[in-house]
Design a protein around this ligand. Structure first.
Ligand code: K1U
Ligand code: ZN
Length: 203
């Protein structure tokens, strides 16, 4: 006999388990796809957020956009807590820059989809971003410092833009050449970049 009823809003534990996903690596063409806005924060979006956080912490990274795991939806996760601080996960759904400062700042950026490559990028020093949280509530924040840099980097991902688009053509061509060569060797996962080999050096 079956008693009680199933609450459709409650995740069934065996379905709701988090999963680490593979992060797409340059030159995967999906990284150039523009993501679709989220219309409702439903169970599929919550499961996506869980997987993104797991993947971001495992990498490790300070941010991740859904398209980096092959999902073209405007969802971003972030955690800017320092090593000795407790975890501080942040979720930005449909994030959009609504104002940016004329003042610029430069930060040496990295990208989980472009392993072991770091370059200085100049961006607006401060931005106002509107977004929805994981409960579907709308917010607007003003950010500067690393938060401003990271938000702009991740919002760029949702529009198919990568930080190498802001560096010189000469440097970008070198990076593209290196990653295309690596792809030909079958190195299509981040694990392939864990070892520093001469093939992975850019120059
Ligand atoms: O979007 C991404 O690819 C994640 C990226 C975010 C980012 C880093 C730096 C400037 C702007 C945006 C990363 O997380 S790269 C890895 C990284 O920065 C890091 C990893 C471990 C500890 C501290 C930083
Ligand atoms: Zn990135």
């Amino acid at each position: 006999m079956v008693t009680g009823s199933i609450d459709p809003r409650r995740p069934t534990p065996y379905i709701a388990s988090m999963a680490k996903r593979e992060i797409l690596i340059l030159p995967d063409p999906k990284l150039r796809v523009k993501s679709e806005p989220v219309t409702a924060v439903d169970a599929s979006v919550r499961a996506l957020i869980d997987d993104m956080l797991e993947t971001m912490y495992d990498a490790p990274g300070i941010g991740l956009a859904a398209i980096q795991i092959g999902v073209p939806r405007c969802v971003v996760t972030m955690d800017l807590a320092k090593k000795d601080e407790p975890k501080a996960p942040q979720v930005f759904i449909n994030p959009e820059v609504v104002w940016s400062s004329d003042e610029k700042s430069t930060y040496e950026e990295g990208c989980l989809s472009i392993p072991e490559y770091y370059e200085e990028v100049e961006r607006p020093a401060a931005v106002k971003v509107k977004y929805m949280d994981a409960d579907g509530k709308s917010h607007e924040i003003e950010a500067d410092g690393l938060l401003a840099t990271c938000l702009q980097h991740e919002i760029d991902h949702t529009n198919g833009v990568l930080f190498i688009d802001y560096i010189s053509k000469l440097k970008r061509d070198r990076v593209m050449k290196k990653f295309k060569k690596a792809q030909k060797r079958g190195e299509t996962t981040r694990d392939a970049y864990k070892e520093d080999t001469p093939e992975h050096r850019i120059g």
